[in-house]
Design a protein around this ligand. Structure first.
Ligand code: PLP
Length: 448
């Protein structure tokens, strides 16, 4: 006999500690039990069909129920379900995937170090950039500059690199040697300023911080091409080229966290490509397997790889599941599917522009003070009085109210403060985008 919803909820409440969850609040109504997915839809245990506007957690890029990925996992599990590559061994899918990712990333890169998540990948780069500078005889070059409101994961390094104050309030973070600058949030920080001028100014905060810390102490700068979990903060187009110029000027390594933006979400294989940045290191996860199985890693540029390989000796870092053959086989099948269906190009030429068009129309809604998209990510800013630029009272939690209506209307949309965001599967069609936008409009009307 299958368990009933209330039996599952009772077990959930008794034994399952959820990530990022207030369990007392959850216990009041019980968790929603998601049982199945197909295409861009998921179903709960009560049979409700829900349009997944968030691709799970920004990851189910090819959509749910793709047999090709399942078959790749089964085939690899039968042949070799696991073997590590610590002790002079390797495995075929890991090698093939590393080669494939390097070909996609371009000639600036030569190696990939795998882990299982975005957080692990960002932990890896903290050690890697410090080991790089130590190998070059500059161990004092250890400070990493990140940005406020960035999200780089929830391990100690990931959360320290991240710039969310709530995360830093717990567990004694950040770890030493990580400092933050303000994010390039034009709408929030300087809506009246010319956008391009603001982009240059915001990048200039990096230079100020470098000078404050001392250029000879700074190892690297890290940023997401588009800040995702922080609320889909799309920087002005002048921002990243200026960041690149500043990193070059001081010889600082540039790291792009491509965990959300990588593998097609912005309409290119890597978001940094579109931003005019040439990172020395890129971290990835999520979209590489469309979330079907955990996998992450670091794409290592030749500048770093050559030093580490030629002079660095053993890099004492790695994970039991680095280069996991099943995860890598699923990733290869996922990349095949993305290529076969031309999803990256579709986001760039078709669905991304259509989403932008639909969000421009949503900007007319009385609650919406700003609407921005980039490829298949989009954000709306809700305001009490958009003409006066008057925000809602924080205690009202307008985003959470809107999110409740989304739940009721069968739509997954995420609230970040007063910003409502979506990151739908890249496989979403134009008709499904229309359906999603129709639901968003209903939810906004209900929030009014
Ligand atoms: N980096 C970015 C930009 C992310 O959005 C996330 C997760 O949302 C992470 C890193 C952490 O990835 P994971 O949850 O796989 O550890």
């Amino acid at each position: 006999m299958p368990l009933t919803t209330s039996e599952i909820q009772a077990l959930d409440s008794a034994h399952y500690m959820h990530p990022f969850t207030d369990h007392k609040a959850l216990a009041e109504k019980g968790a929603r039990v998601i049982t199945r997915g197909e295409g861009v839809y998921i179903w709960d245990s009560e049979g409700n069909k829900i349009l997944d506007g968030m691709s799970g957690l920004w990851c189910v890029n090819v959509g749910y129920g793709r047999k090709e990925l399942v078959e790749a996992a089964v085939k690899q599990m039968e042949v070799l379900p696991y073997y590590n590559s610590f002790f002079q061994t390797t495995n075929v899918p890991a090698v093939q995937l590393a080669d494939r990712i390097i070909k996609l990333a371009g000639e600036r890169y030569s190696h990939v170090l795998f882990g299982s998540s975005g957080s692990e990948s960002n932990d890896t780069i903290v050690r890697m950039v410090r080991h790089y500078w130590t190998t070059l005889g500059q161990p004092e070059r250890s400070v990493i500059i990140s940005r406020k409101n960035a999200y780089h994961g929830s391990t100690m390094c990931g959360a320290s690199l991240g710039g969310m104050s709530g995360m830093h309030a717990q567990g004694g973070l950040p770890i030493p040697g990580i400092v933050h600058i303000e994010q390039p949030y034009h709408f929030g920080l300087a809506p009246d300023q010319d956008k391009d001028a603001f982009g240059i100014e915001a990048a200039g905060w990096l230079e100020q911080k470098i000078l404050e810390v001392g250029a000879d102490k700074v190892a690297a700068f890290i940023g997401e091409p588009v800040q995702g979990a922080g609320g889909v903060i799309i920087p002005p187009k002048t921002y990243w080229p200026e960041i690149q110029r500043i990193c070059d000027k001081y010889g600082i390594l540039l790291i792009c966290d491509e965990v959300i933006c990588g593998f097609g979400r912005l309409g290119a294989w890597f978001g940094s490509e579109l931003m005019g940045a040439k990172p020395d290191l890129m971290t990835f996860a999520k979209g590489v397997t469309s979330g079907y199985i955990p996998l992450g890693g670091v794409v290592v540029g030749k500048r770093v790889a050559e030093v580490l390989i030629e002079k660095g000796g053993e890099f004492n870092h790695g994970y039991t599941y680095s280069g996991h053959p099943v995860a890598c086989a699923v990733a290869l099948a996922n990349l095949d599917l993305i290529e076969k269906e031309g999803l990256v190009e579709r986001v760039r030429d078709e669905t991304g522009p259509h989403l932008a068009h639909c969000f421009a129309a949503l900007a007319e809604h009385p609650l919406v003070a700003g609407a921005e998209t980039f490829g298949m990510v989009a954000g709306l800013v809700l305001m009490k009085d958009k003409h006066q630029h008057l925000a809602f009272d924080e205690d009202l939690e307008v985003g959470m109210i809107c999110r409740k209506h989304c739940f009721a209307h069968g739509l997954i949309m995420r609230a970040v403060g007063d910003r409502m965001i979506v990151a739908p599967p890249l496989a979403m069609t134009k008709e499904q985008i229309d359906e999603m936008v129709r639901l968003i409009r209903l939810c906004l009307d209900a929030t009014l």
